[in-house]
Design a binder for this molecule. Structure first.
Ligand SMILES: [Zn+2]
Length: 295
């Protein structure tokens, strides 16, 4: 028989339940006030006890801590969203066998199970918080950092959805004052032409942008303002930079204008423009935009 003590500030009830009630074979003294569990473990139950502790550590404890940390840094993500996102994330880490440092989660679990079994045999006190801080620092920090990245992405996605919804709302208020607009999305800038290939500009919008406080005039913002105010019945998108990072202007126009927007089908203008796109510059300058000859 080994006398063994376990302490944990997190998921303590689950440790107590798993070891004291479910396993039966172990005499357990549960001190709830001190988050302390004193066990009398018969020799033949050591591996089972170690497996029980490890299982709770790599599931409930990990889950609790993931949520606790994320709540501090991501106040705009609700508790329900966090719970859902962490469950999905932990499931993926497990099923896809993602390496966390030099081992997968399963391999870490295997190593920890053996280590805990030897701690039980040594009759020591196991502080889960201290143990994870020193022995599992690497996988736990990799796991938490990647989850933080995922939450940032989740927040960006949501901001994007909100801005698309706002643009759609503004569009609903606008009467159509143009039939067709062609949108050229290059690597450095975006510009618009009418169905005859003539550059579409809007002095008022450009002037408003110049007068606004923002340091940089963004050709995508200007193009979107013009598209919303003119509210064309048809938009043809010419994507000269298909590798643009998310969310690309092409994608946003498609989302906002829905069935009114379509992609060009490899038109001559695109073919010619791919090698010679207008350079970067501020919008008040006159650009030598390549003329578009649709014929
Ligand atoms: Zn085209």
């Amino acid at each position: 028989m080994y006398a063994f003590e376990l302490r944990s500030r997190h998921a303590f009830d689950t440790f107590a339940e798993r070891l004291g009630v479910v396993m039966g074979k172990v005499d357990a003294l549960v001190d709830l006030t001190g988050d302390r569990l004193v066990l009398q473990v018969p020799k033949e139950a050591v591996n089972q006890v170690a497996a029980g502790i490890t299982s709770v550590l790599f599931r409930e404890w990990l889950y609790d801590n993931l949520i606790r940390r994320a709540r501090k840094s991501h106040e705009h993500v609700s508790r329900d969203e966090l719970e859902y996102l962490s469950l999905v994330y932990l499931h993926e880490i497990r099923t896809e066998q993602t390496p966390l440092g030099d081992k997968t989660l399963e391999q870490w679990e295997e190593a920890v199970r053996e280590e805990i079994a030897s701690l039980v045999r040594a009759g020591t006190t196991l502080s889960i918080d201290g143990f994870t801080r020193f022995r599992l620092r690497e996988p736990v920090s990799v796991l938490f950092d990647r989850f933080a990245d995922r939450l940032r992405r989740f927040e960006l996605d949501r901001e994007y959805e909100e801005s698309v919804a706002m643009l759609r709302f503004m569009l609903d208020e606008q009467p159509s004052i143009m039939q067709e607009v062609h949108v050229f999305c290059g690597r450095d800038r975006v510009w618009l032409t009418d169905e005859h290939g003539q550059l579409v500009r809007d002095e008022q919008i450009v002037q408003a942008a110049i007068e606004s406080e923002t340091d940089e005039i963004d050709s995508e913002d200007l193009a979107m303002s013009i598209l919303i105010t003119r509210s064309p019945c048809r938009i043809v998108l010419h994507d000269l930079h298909p590798d643009a990072s998310w969310p690309s202007f092409v994608e946003t126009v498609r989302r906002v204008f829905a069935e009114r927007a379509r992609m060009c089908e490899r038109c001559d203008a695109c073919e010619r423009l791919r090698g010679s796109q207008p350079p970067m510059g501020s919008l008040e300058e006159d650009f030598d935009f390549p003329s578009i000859d649709w014929t």
